[in-house]
Design a protein around this ligand. Structure first.
Ligand code: DQA
Length: 148
């Protein structure tokens, strides 16, 4: 059966393209989805590409990934820095999660330096803009033992 990855995007990422382009670039979320679908084809995996502005909905999607997806790529947006509930969800689902950010959160405001996700993630990719998504797909498959 073809392996499937959940790529989950959090709050405000639906506005990519017009949202602070000096920080996040001009790529839209639809562009990023297309990039991920192209990469998925070359890797021979399926993806479920999702976005939500709601913490609880994101938690529901993480729970729903069990038994469906082999792992998760998570750009939790600002919830990265605030949400113990998302961290607990990751700890609960027993699936590898790669933390992803378009911007280099460590080079930005101090409040972005802390991630509740990082300690329960396989690893973190940040600072590479949209290109980070295909990188994260390689990283996730590598982490589950299916080398890219
Ligand atoms: C972000 C970084 C977060 O600090 C911010 O709140 C976002 C986007 C990124 O992709 O760079 O919404 O996750």
């Amino acid at each position: 059966m073809t392996q499937s990855i959940l790529i989950l995007n959090g709050p405000n990422l639906n506005l990519l393209g017009t949202r602070q382009p000096e920080v996040y670039g001009s790529t839209t979320l639809a562009d990023i989805e297309a990039l991920c679908r192209e990469k998925a084809e070359t890797l021979g995996v399926e993806i479920d590409f999702a976005q939500s502005n709601h913490e609880g909905e994101m938690i529901d999607m993480l729970h729903g990934a069990r038994g469906v997806h082999v792992g998760v790529i998570l750009n939790a947006g600002a919830y990265t820095h605030t949400s113990v509930a998302l961290r607990d969800a990751i700890s609960s689902i027993m699936l590898p999660v790669v933390e992803l950010h378009l911007s280099n959160i460590h080079a930005r405001e101090a409040f972005r330096h802390q991630s509740h996700i990082a300690p329960v993630a396989v690893g973190q990719i940040c600072g590479f803009g949209a290109a980070g998504y295909p990188l994260a797909m390689d990283a996730l498959l590598g982490a589950i033992g299916r080398a890219p």
